[in-house]
Write a protein that binds this ligand. Structure first.
Ligand SMILES: Cc1cc2nc3c(=O)[nH]c(=O)nc-3n(C[C@H](O)[C@H](O)[C@H](O)COP(=O)(O)OP(=O)(O)OC[C@H]3O[C@@H](n4cnc5c(N)ncnc54)[C@H](O)[C@@H]3O)c2cc1C
Length: 643
């Protein structure tokens, strides 16, 4: 590690007017993808991890069901791959899918070594009495950890929809929390890792050769913009579920990383494939999720009005059909019967088993007045997972040199048109570790004469050190010109779309979520999508039509204040929403998680939809930055006048 890149560099010097920080590797996001990358990097590199909010506010922490890998003696990677390809409905990238899923066992073993207390099979530890109570599984307690190193062959596995066998390793029904607690503890103890909660990245920096070398970051702690320079950047900023009103993900998940990468020059793929989880709790405003594992253990879905177990007529796999099929069937029951929810019933399963196997779900619902051992659970579909994202290779390389991406922000092609349950946690760990293995190679291949440039010796081509991700068959999504957008606004504004009469940022943000849920939900049509696009154009105009795809560093536009940040966030969310809608609009078929009423059939050829980045010339480069400039109150006031 060079002297210029020690941990001390991330602390704030006394006369730190410019807020400049240096680190070897900047990781944007402290979920499972970010922490897996950080912990697998060599300890000789200084790593800075940013988190937009507190460390436990991320989807990884909320994950319940578990992590899929072929761990059972009768299972194999080929079967896991086959099930994933079926769920992906023809759109999985076969090479990347094979590479990622073949590393499943090593990834889970690595998590065991990090101290994750997975639920284990009872044989070595539980008494016969305990086994009977727990119906065949036991949670690993700390005293067990002391006596035995956990092996993947020790783990209890559950079954989830679309999987041909028991394949999901879990820690009770709060797998994400247990995994994240173990990894956060490790990262906090590592001397080469600095974790900065409440630090929000809003723009990626590139040098004159277009290589990513850092980010502008708003520190919510100090209410100021900081500039982080790094030798490599890893985007691990999670998904975009919170663009929707009913969503399982926490509020940090609004697609910041997708937009930052796009604006920096990355392609985006398959944004229209939003996975709706069939069983979000439909009780008040709760965003709590009812894990698929409940259906895996025998949970049944009933229409509360007719009492019918409707999945029996929809699919031979009944409640364990892939998520898109179950979610659509539930939405149909809700629609035709004029209901707010359907019932998920597990009361026929032994009460002791439910209490022991699903302690979090049992207690959360009991606190809300529903005893799952006797009462049916009201459930409805909820926006849950983004199958698309920033195009990457299986080892996380994006289109921009020096920029890696992992986890839900990325599109590796593993999930195709519909994610197989519990494959996403696995992808975070596998790709995060592959990135960590690649970064030393990349840093070694590029020489670093100073903090702001990369030198490649004359015999080397940049493609020797950075191979951009390849896509097989794809369809380019065309984006309308501003004039066409204007026409859209005039033609389609109004009609059943919630409208905004003022440009109140909070108001538009709330209405955008409602619009996405009502117009880009489980079933879509050209008419709905046109209306939604028209409304978004109108909001964009209300906000002054100013889109933050060009940050002019010389005019100090990169100085974001507490007051201007919500404006930047909203304009970006509107732009991302428009890109998702364009992708949905231009996919003239129904496939996986994307269902078009006006195009109910599969197209003959499965094509990935790709959005190419806006002009590369529009971006700030490090050399543009006027490092002598001081940030004044007047600058911030000027920003406010834009509102
Ligand atoms: C309720 C729920 C249950 C789930 N259950 C399962 C399951 O059982 N199995 C499974 O495989 N998958 C499950 N998933 C999906 C899975 O949890 C996620 O896909 C996965 O955890 C994503 O991990 P990540 O590291 O990419 O992102 P996250 O864990 O969401 O982390 C994102 C991080 O990025 C940070 N961030 C975001 N924007 C910025 C910014 N601008 N600047 C700085 N930091 C930023 C956030 O603060 C956060 O630290 C579930 C998801 C939810 C919501």
């Amino acid at each position: 590690m060079s002297k210029a890149h020690t941990a001390a560099n991330t602390s704030t010097p006394a006369n730190d007017t410019l807020g400049i920080r240096h680190t070897d590797v900047l990781i944007i996001g402290a979920g499972l993808a970010g922490l897996s990358t950080a912990l697998a990097l060599p300890q000789t590199l200084h790593v800075t991890i940013l988190s937009k909010a507190a460390l436990d506010v991320c989807s990884s922490h909320y994950a319940q069901g578990g992590i899929a890998a072929s761990l059972d003696a009768k299972d194999c990677a080929a079967d896991h791959i086959a099930d994933t390809l079926i769920a992906g409905a023809g759109l999985c990238e076969a090479k990347n899918t094979t590479e990622i899923l073949s590393s499943g066992e090593q990834a889970v073993q690595w998590l065991c070594e990090q101290g994750v207390p997975f639920t284990r099979l009872p044989k070595q530890h539980a008494t016969a009495e305990k086994i009977a109570t727990l119906n065949g599984f036991q949670h690993l307690h700390e005293e067990d950890l002391e006596t035995a190193a956990l092996q993947t062959s020790d783990l209890h596995l559950t079954k989830e929809g679309g999987h041909g066998c028991r394949r999901v390793a879990h820690a009770d029904d709060a797998t994400g929390r247990h995994i994240m607690e173990a990894l956060v503890k490790k990262a906090q103890a590592a001397s080469n890792i600095t974790i900065l909660p409440y630090h929000e990245a809003f723009h990626l920096l590139k040098n004159t050769d277009n290589h990513c070398q850092g980010a502008y970051v708003f520190s919510h702690d100090n209410q100021r913009t900081l500039t982080f320079y790094s030798r490599a950047v890893v985007l691990a900023s999670g998904g975009l579920g919170q663009l929707f009103k009913r969503a399982s993900a926490p509020n940090v998940c609004v697609g910041d990383g997708v937009m930052m990468a796009w604006q920096a020059g990355c392609r985006l793929a398959n944004l229209e494939f939003i996975q709706f989880h069939p069983t979000g709790l439909a009780l008040g405003d709760s965003s709590f999720l009812i894990s698929e594992a409940l259906r895996g253990e025998g949970g049944r879905l009933y229409c509360p009005q007719t009492g019918k177990r409707f999945m029996l007529e929809v699919d031979t796999r009944a409640e364990l059909a892939p998520r898109d099929i179950v979610a659509r069937a539930i939405a149909e029951q809700i629609s035709i019967n004029g209901l707010g929810y359907v019932h998920l019933d597990v009361s026929h399963l032994p009460a002791a088993f439910l209490r022991a196997h699903f302690p979090q779900i049992y207690q959360t619902l009991l606190d809300l007045g529903v005893d799952i051992t006797t009462d049916p659970i009201p459930v409805a579909p909820t926006a849950h997972y983004s199958c698309g994202g920033v195009v990457t290779s299986a080892n996380g390389l994006t289109d921009v040199i020096g920029l890696y991406a992992a986890g839900e922000v990325a599109y590796t092609g593993l999930h195709g048109a519909n994610r197989l349950a519990s494959n996403s946690l696995l992808e975070c760990v596998v790709v995060g570790r592959l990135i960590a293995a690649d970064i030393p190679r990349y840093l070694h291949a590029t020489k670093k004469p100073d903090a702001t440039s990369i030198y490649i010796n004359s015999e080397q081509s940049i493609y020797d050190i950075w191979t951009p991700p390849m896509l097989a068959d794809y369809q380019r999504i065309t984006l309308p010109s501003p004039i066409e957008y204007q026409r859209h606004t005039n033609d389609h504004h109004n009609a059943n779309v919630p409208t905004s009469t003022n440009n109140d940022i909070a108001g538009i943000t709330t209405q955008l979520k409602a619009l996405m849920t009502s117009h880009l939900g489980i079933t879509r049509s050209a008419e709905q999508l046109e209306q939604a696009l028209g409304q978004i154009c109108q909001w964009q105009q209300q906000l002054g039509g100013r889109i933050f795809d060009h940050i002019d560093t010389k005019s100090q536009d990169h100085v974001i204040s507490y007051y201007t940040l919500p404006y930047v966030q909203l304009t970006r969310q509107l732009q991302l929403a428009a890109l998702i809608i364009q992708s949905a609009y231009q996919r003239h078929e129904s496939r996986g998680g994307h269902y078009r009423q006006d195009y109910p059939n599969l197209a003959s050829r499965p094509l990935t939809s790709v959005i190419e980045p806006p002009s590369l010339t529009a971006f700030a480069t490090i050399d543009d930055i006027d490092t002598t400039a001081h940030i004044t109150t007047a600058d911030v006031q000027k920003q406010l006048h834009h509102l």
